[in-house]
Design a protein around this ligand. Structure first.
Ligand code: TYD
Ligand code: MG
Length: 454
């Protein structure tokens, strides 16, 4: 058998070289050379335009759709994210920062699959470490096999021998194939290993879950380059110092990408959180200033979240602004709006903002809660604990409507809140009499101040 030929190709301009070069001699870009497998035509010249392939085009009517039997992962959160369970023969990529809990989640999935034989291939940890983790999770069953291996060829042989129906590769960065000489973790190794696993998965209907690391910058030459190859990309995110983790699908060929699952990292593994609002709101009896509740939506899932603000006199010349879980630039923008439209002199004040639970919120509907928390802390008057906010704040101080307002109101109602503050422009076409919650319609932040802090 002839050895696979490889060559180095500039990813910017496509120039080939027999060895690695730091700076491309053709386009001048740095660090763009990547080793690739060369697949050359043996004849060397084109003799016939027409190939002897057998595939023929057909119309859509001729294609019969078979509803694929999905594998039940025994986890309602994961099933929902995947669009009703795992599709046999699909290839999934689970990405996340180191230490976030990817291996824990993967092991829990493997141990949860009761009917399917699973093989957990790890190149990162020893059998002992996996055993220790499994004992923490307090789960075990005889259909889950562990293999400590980094060679792709041996892994494929073992998958075949064990006749596993579900395979986990932890992590794709540690896998290597003998066909390429570059070291494990390099982009060409990762791409080739994934392509081989993909072919294997499609041919044998074995589902494969790949674990991939993402660095702080999020641009490691691994997961990002794989996203177009795999069927499903799952992102596991959260603040390592907090216990909440969010699992979301950023790509899904078999379902929607707007679902998300919330998990809590405990001493005994990850636990699904079915009612996040219960956990994200602190149940403090006293009325404290600088705390407000917002009804946010992530994807299609509504939940209530607590915003805390602290406004104090600046000790140094330049006031500090700090925020956790909320975009700092947006906070500065909201402060500028408050200053200009509501006459609050925040220039000489330090402002600290914190979203409870270490969760990052991108929903603009949280603006109103942020503004309310800041104002409440500034004048040291608490906001009614049974009050909730949902509205975006515009540059001229107007309160703008937000999407899915009924869902948000229902979530607030479910949680037992009694008042809700929303934009006046959300009024159109909705019958608010069906809600048992008192709704304040506001159009400008000046009105908000009059109504909330009266
Ligand atoms: P791990 O799954 O190893 O993360 P990753 O594979 O993404 O690098 O787990 C990360 C952290 O989770 C680790 O610091 C310890 C913590 N952990 C718990 O808090 N409880 C548990 O039951 C387990 C297994 C881990
Ligand atoms: Mg790990």
């Amino acid at each position: 058998m002839s050895k696979t030929k490889t060559s180095w190709v500039c990813q910017n301009c496509g120039v080939e070289s027999s060895k690695w070069i730091g700076r491309c001699t053709s386009c001048g870009e740095w660090n763009t050379y990547v080793e690739e497998i060369v697949r050359k035509d043996t004849s060397g010249k084109i003799t016939n335009y027409f190939s002897i392939g057998t595939a023929k085009p057909i119309t859509l009517q001729e294609i019969t759709y078979l509803e694929e039997a999905r594998i039940d992962t025994q986890s309602s959160e994961l099933n929902r994210i995947l669009g009703g369970g795992m599709v046999p023969g699909s290839i999934l990529l689970l990405g996340g920062e180191p230490g976030i809990g990817k291996s824990t989640l993967a092991l829990q999935i493997a141990l949860g699959l009761k009917e399917v034989k699973t093989l957990y291939i790890t190149g990162e940890e020893s059998n002992q470490q996996i055993k220790l983790r499994a004992s923490r999770i307090k789960s075990n069953h005889e259909n889950c096999f562990i293999l400590t291996e980094t060679s792709l060829e041996n892994s494929l042989t073992q998958i075949k021998n064990t006749q596993a129906g579900f395979v986990i590769v932890d992590s794709i960065q540690t896998m290597f194939t003998e066909n390429i000489s570059s070291s494990p973790g390099s982009i060409s190794q990762i791409r080739e290993c994934t392509a081989r696993l993909l072919r294997f998965a499609k041919e044998t209907s074995v589902s494969v879950l790949l674990i991939g690391h993402i660095t702080k910058e999020g641009n490691l030459a691994g997961p990002k380059a794989l996203e177009h190859i795999v069927d499903v990309v799952l992102q596991f995110e959260g603040d390592k110092n907090h216990m909440y983790r969010i699992l979301r699908a950023t790509k899904n060929r078999f379902g929607s990408t707007s679902e998300l699952g919330i998990y809590e990292m405990r001493n005994s593994g990850l636990r699904e959180v079915h009612n996040p609002s219960e956990l994200l709101i602190s149940h403090i009896d006293e009325n404290l200033s600088g705390v407000s509740i917002s009804a946010t939506i992530d994807g299609v899932r509504p939940f209530l979240i607590e915003t805390q603000a602290l406004v104090s006199s600046a000790v140094y010349g330049t006031p500090q602004r700090s925020s956790t879980g909320f975009d700092l630039r947006r906070l500065n923008m909201l402060l500028a709006v408050l200053e200009k439209r509501a006459g609050f002199k925040l220039v000489a004040k330090d402002v600290f903002l914190n979203i409870a639970g270490g969760i990052k919120v991108n929903d603009p509907a949280i603006d109103l809660a942020v503004i309310s928390a800041i104002l409440s802390s500034n004048i040291d008057i608490p906001i009614n604990k049974r009050m909730c906010f949902a509205g975006e704040v515009g540059l001229s101080g107007e309160i703008r409507p937000v999407n899915r307002i009924e869902q948000r109101i229902r979530e607030a109602e479910k949680f037992g809140l009694s008042e809700m503050c929303i934009s006046k422009y959300n009024r159109k076409g909705i019958d608010f009499s069906k809600f048992n919650i008192k709704i304040h319609f506001q159009s400008r932040i000046e009105d908000l101040i009059k109504n909330i802090f009266k």
